[in-house]
Write a protein that binds this ligand. Sequence first.
Ligand code: GLC
Length: 536
Amino acid sequence: MAPPSQPAWWHTGVIYQIYPRSWADADGDGIGDLEGIISRLDHLSDTLGVDSLWLSPFYRSPQADFGYDVSDHCDVDPMFGTLEDFDRLVAEAHRRGLRVIVDFVPNHTSDRHPWFLESRSGRDSVRRDWYVWRDPGPDGGPPNNWVSHFGGSAWTFDEASGQYYLHLFLAEQPDLNWRNPEVERAMHDVLRFWMDRGVDGFRIDVAHAIAKDPLLRDNPPAQIPDDGYKISAEFSSQRHVHDMADPDIHPMFRKIRRVVDGHPDGADRYTVGEIHEFDWSRWASYYGEDLDELHQPYNFGLLLTGLDPAKIREAIVGIEEALPPGAWPNWVLGNHDEPRIVTRFGWEASKAAAVLLLTLRGTPTIYQGDEIGMEDLDIPPGRQQDPWGRRMPGFGRDGCRTPMQWTGAEHAGFSPPGTRSTWLPVHPDHRRRNVAVQLGDPDSHLSLYRRLLRLRRSCPVLQLGDIELVGDAPNPLVYRRTLAGAEPVWVVLNLSDGEAPVPSQVEGGVLVGTHRDREGAPSPRRLRPWEAVVVG
Ligand code: GLC
């Protein structure tokens, strides 16, 4: 587990995810925009001190899946602004020392993308093979048993041409055929377009799905029980061995990596793939044997473990063992697809979760609003927006996508005064839970995140050091971070409702704690329920 010999910004840095619809609305249409993001960049550089921002899609899109249905990869949707606004955003971010990561959506396009319109125009269209078209199965139904993540068959019949097209998500999101070299080239050009505009990295949407079984064989039935992860019974009734993650994905990632690394400006760029894979050796394969695929496959392990200390230990061990030499881990606790941290774990526990996320070995990603402990809002049926939730009650993702809570004022300071309404309702708790209030409260979530981020920045051991689990008892969860030539840093997390003893070998002063009264004092010998301390 040696630290990288020449650490890059994405090794040491912290990523902050912005969901552009919901972060800051400058023009008062109730939907966030690029101008709004520019106006709030100081929150990232000064208030928090993170290193980079990842922007979920802001490209031209009919918004069937809120931007994950792209109809022009190389333009900004007018609701978010213009390409000039984007250029300003990059310049303003760079001026503050922030790197910009953009979402790259390679698996599918919008059904209104000119490529798909052309492809759909007939069996002999020059772009027919850019998407996945097949004749009906023997019974006249879909060509195989694949199901959409959002419910129902993954195939939609096109009356005009008598064939089905594939969509692992909505029918409005037809899957591209990455086995067609023209598609691959066109998508590489998209990467080049954004690199030319100065972006520093790409978050690759459903990265593992771009390569499917070339024979499009049926998925076998699932032998494994549902592990509790938020997936429908229909989806988990199959083993997803043919509709995604075909071994041919590896050369595809190697080519993407060559395009990114080979950009003539020579900038130090980063790719991170959305890979929902919990078998750690398969997960680790996406780094590439020679570290020549993704810089990182996202590690969603903590979404499965929750705050169960025994499971977290297992995930740490499994991940560290699976990493190829020189590969750098990463950790995620939330994003625009998952219920929020406070909603999952509760208020007190969410502070310990912040300590965990920001002290494990690897690059952390913070989802907007988690730094103030935002909670999911139950959206009344008439105002639900997410297509998944509208099709499958209980699966909606609107709750974690409500507008960012900047102030206690109207619209939480997300939209300017006078705005009629916001695209999703603002959580009513914004009057007390917002950035402005928490900035003035040393015991707030925001203050804790700031202290943790400041400590991380000034502490190479936390940024780059090894991790060793301490003791065998699952709780408290204790690990030691070490780096040659530096004093070790201990992290002790009591992930329980009762008190917990601190192991005797933990020595030093509390650098940061969930409970501020501990800071500056020698490490306590017992922790209160859900208390966490960083000791050094
Ligand atoms: C990813 C995105 C999600 C989107 C889906 C389809 O999982 O994170 O928001 O709905 O891909 O593009």
